[in-house]
Design a protein around this ligand. Structure first.
Ligand SMILES: Nc1ncnc2c1ncn2[C@@H]1O[C@H](COP(=O)(O)OP(=O)(O)OP(=O)(O)O)[C@@H](O)[C@H]1O
Ligand SMILES: [Mg+2]
Length: 744
């Protein structure tokens, strides 16, 4: 006998009704807790999959709302959702936001006090935990102590879901590989029935496969949204065609008004330098890099999130787990600038993806320089040759990084739609019409084509002129390991980052021990770092002499506009000094020229980076030196420059046909002795003429100046240390104004 169709369709209808009811419940949760009217894109699919016990791989664009895919399940079912997160700052950020909404979320990390940890553990052990979301680092999860705890929760049937955020970190093919993520593969064997949700915004097919296999995901629902971020306008500017990239950036930020922004740099020195420059131009700004201690970094992050500062200039580096790179959810970032070319399209996408998470129009602006490109190539090649001495798979992954970098170069050096290039690098085939003129390539194709032509011409011309190092290539070729570390301290960046991510197994005693240990290590680290920087500096001085002797470098590498802008920066710093010194008389222009000339004399032949760095050092010195040091130095400059004016005026009285005496012959080559030289003997009194630059030469015999030196890096550090000790010993009271300047 045939079965009636009626009960079956009834069953179908019931199933549909049930599905609808469940969906409505989930939407109600979303509205109630987060105030959003509806789910975005594939959020609901991911949520329903994991609630039904299925594994799910979720690839959604940056800012797409991936967090919601595990936050809603945590509210829909009693029990705990475990979230694995790569950064402590990121966990703090999310937990704080959830707590503000009245959602019971906690995180376990070494930054928590023992008391706070004990409370969380008591709750987890209670059999009826109130915690709904528990955020942990991958390091903690794989410790035996914590795994035992998880197993206990699991056997009580209270572990509902394991969410792995930034899951691309698991793959060594990915751009942010983190070895501790690899160990998460043990989760499946320890906790076999708990659904796993892997979330990422940046995974090419190879990485996706690696993630699924490593986590031993079972027939996961693969959800992949488009990578497209339609609200971001993409643009590239060419440093080599700009007079002053600093000024360009500053003007761009100013033109946008008081908006929230992130600027990414390659090196710490540039990060500090750029941040100082932007601040001097009235932009509310701070630097963020691994050279700052934890407290400073947290304070910058907090100030930025709470809008106390608008612009953060952050470094990006291999293995630097900067909070400004991934996950941090500040919605209204209106512009993300890359001041140096990123190492890959994934990194670029991740970083530029910090913009416009509120879906409102935003911008990605990349400053491309041929120097930067060559420097990055050098760094990547260097890491290839280093790694090729280890294993062949590492070698392969390093070679891949060079290939990945080439895509980034094509993004900058190619014409046409930039958006299309971004999407194609993730394997997404689109037509340029998708862009709708929201990139410079589509909106101003002729202009971009002209820029590229100019860039090619400029490069060809320089090469034709036989300039040995128009760009950074030859200078980077000449950089040895130690010098490289001064520019680009990968190990140091990585160790700095450890402070953000390290963790224990959550046991109170161990936390205390670890804290003490890590404090000792970081203490040791600082002196080691200083020793290393001093070595690098000494090395530089040695090599600088070699440079001078071989005389191979191009004298024109630092352009006049560049020098002009340095003079302007110094002048701005001098204005601050003048205010600080109660309007002490300073010849602004001449003093700025004098100081710039000193920087140029010292590093002009070596290259832009060293020169910039010395200008930054001088600015730093101007803002941190004591009043007496400043007055001594500036009086001496004033005196020597005014004597020079006098000498020029007197020269005018010499009849044109009268031969100059040897002492009056203009100097044709730079003075032999470097005014910044590390020898601190009082060299200026008797031989002042040969030791100062031609343009500020005081008249022999008529005036003898004694110019206090601007210290080199190590002298600066040591003198500050000595001053600190002295202050500590004598508890001497320093003036309020001076203190304020030092804090800056
Ligand atoms: N359905 C929704 N409607 C409106 N806004 C939402 C929705 N879901 C999430 N959001 C908001 O979108 C913003 C970005 O979400 P989230 O931080 O989860 O992004 P993400 O996908 O994790 O990005 P990233 O890859 O950069 O970490 C958050 O402010 C979040 O509250
Ligand atoms: Mg996220």
């Amino acid at each position: 006998m045939q079965k009636s169709a009626l009960p079956l369709s009834d069953a179908n209808a019931n199933k549909k009704r049930e599905e609808l009811r469940r969906k409505e419940t989930l939407v109600k949760l979303l509205r109630w807790h987060f105030g959003y009217p509806d789910f975005r894109d594939m959020q609901l699919d991911a949520i329903q999959a994991v609630l039904s016990g299925k594994d799910c791989f979720c690839l959604m664009p940056t800012g797409g709302g991936k967090s919601m895919c595990y936050q809603i399940p945590a509210l829909a079912k009693a029990g705990i959702v475990l979230v694995v997160c790569p950064l402590i700052a990121l966990m703090e950020n999310q937990v704080m936001a959830l707590k503000e909404k009245g959602i019971a979320a906690e995180f376990l990390s070494s930054t928590k006090t023992t008391d706070a940890k004990v409370k969380i553990h008591e709750d987890l052990d209670s059999g009826k935990p109130s915690t709904r979301l528990l955020y942990v680092t991958p390091e903690l999860i794989t410790t035996p102590g914590f795994m035992t705890k998880l197993t206990k929760i699991y056997t009580r049937g209270l572990l509902n879901l394991i969410a792995i955020d930034e899951a691309h970190c698991i793959s060594s093919w990915g751009h942010d590989f983190r070895p501790s993520y690899r160990k998460l593969s043990s989760l499946r064997s320890h906790l076999p029935d708990v659904p796993i949700l892997a979330l990422t915004a940046t995974a090419v097919p190879k990485v996706q496969k690696d993630v699924v296999e490593s986590l031993q995901m079972q027939n996961p629902l693969m959800l992949k949204s488009s990578f497209n971020r339609p609200n971001i306008y993409y643009e590239v500017r060419y440093k080599d065609l700009l007079d002053d990239a600093y000024a360009d950036l500053s003007n761009t930020l100013k033109s946008l008004g008081d908006v929230c922004a992130i600027v990414y740099c390659l090196e710490r020195s540039m990060c500090d330098d750029l941040s100082t420059n932007l601040s001097q131009n009235g932009i509310s700004c701070a630097a963020y890099h691994a050279g700052l201690n934890n407290k400073m970094r947290t304070s910058v992050l907090d100030d930025w999130i709470s809008s106390k500062i608008k612009v953060v200039v952050a470094t990006v580096a291999f293995g630097l787990w900067s909070s400004f790179r991934m996950g941090i959810d500040r919605k209204d970032v209106r512009i993300v600038c890359h001041f140096n070319i990123p190492k890959s399209m994934e990194a670029f996408y991740q970083e530029s993806g910090r913009a416009g998470r509120d879906q409102l129009p935003s911008r990605s602006l990349l400053y491309y320089g041929v120097d930067d490109r060559k420097r990055m190539e050098f760094i990547l090649r260097k890491s290839v040759s280093k790694k090729s001495q280890s294993s062949s798979s590492q070698e392969e992954s390093s070679k891949m990084s060079l290939i990945a970098f080439n895509l980034m170069v094509e993004y900058c050096e190619g014409s046409g739609c930039r958006r299309k290039r971004v999407l194609e690098s993730f394997g997404e085939q689109v037509t340029a019409s998708l862009c709708g003129k929201t990139c410079d390539g589509c909106r101003h194709p002729n202009l971009v084509a002209r820029y590229l032509e100019d860039l090619t011409t400029a490069c060809a011309l320089r090469q034709k002129n036989g300039s040995s190092r128009v760009f950074m290539t030859s200078s980077t070729d000449a950089i040895n390991g130690e010098q490289l570390s001064e520019f680009w301290n990968q190990d140091e960046e990585a160790s700095g980052s450890e402070e953000d991510i390290s963790d224990s197994d959550g046991n109170g005693n161990e936390v205390v021990n670890n804290l003490t240990r890590s404090k000792l290590q970081s203490k040791l680290g600082v002196s080691e770092k200083l020793a290393m920087l001093q070595r690098a500096e000494e090395n530089f001085y040695r090599n600088n002499n070699a440079y001078k002797q071989s005389n191979k470098v191009d004298k024109n590498a630092i352009s006049d506009p560049m020098r002009g802008s340095s003079r302007q920066r110094l002048q701005n710093a001098l204005k601050q000094v003048q205010q600080r010194l109660d309007n002490f008389k300073i010849e602004m222009e001449t003093s700025a020229s004098f100081l710039e000339e000193e920087c140029y004399k010292k590093y002009g032949k070596v290259g832009k980076s060293f020169y910039y760095s010395q200008v930054a050092s001088t600015v730093r010195w101007l803002t941190t030196a004591s009043s007496s040091e400043l007055i001594n130095r500036l009086s001496a400059i004033n005196a020597s420059t005014s004597m020079n004016v006098l000498s020029e005026a007197e020269n005018l009285l010499i009849p044109a046909n009268q031969p100059l005496t040897p002492a009056e012959q203009p100097l044709t080559s730079p003075p032999a002795l470097d005014p910044y030289a590390r020898d601190t003997s009082n060299e200026h009194s008797g031989t002042a003429r040969s030791e100062t630059s031609a343009c500020v030469l005081p008249m022999e015999g008529s005036f003898s100046t004694n110019l206090p030196q601007i210290p080199s890096f190590s002298e600066f550090v040591n003198s500050r240390k000595a001053k600190g000790d002295q202050l500590h010993d004598t508890k001497r009271h320093s003036s309020r104004v001076e203190k304020k300047m030092r804090i800056q």
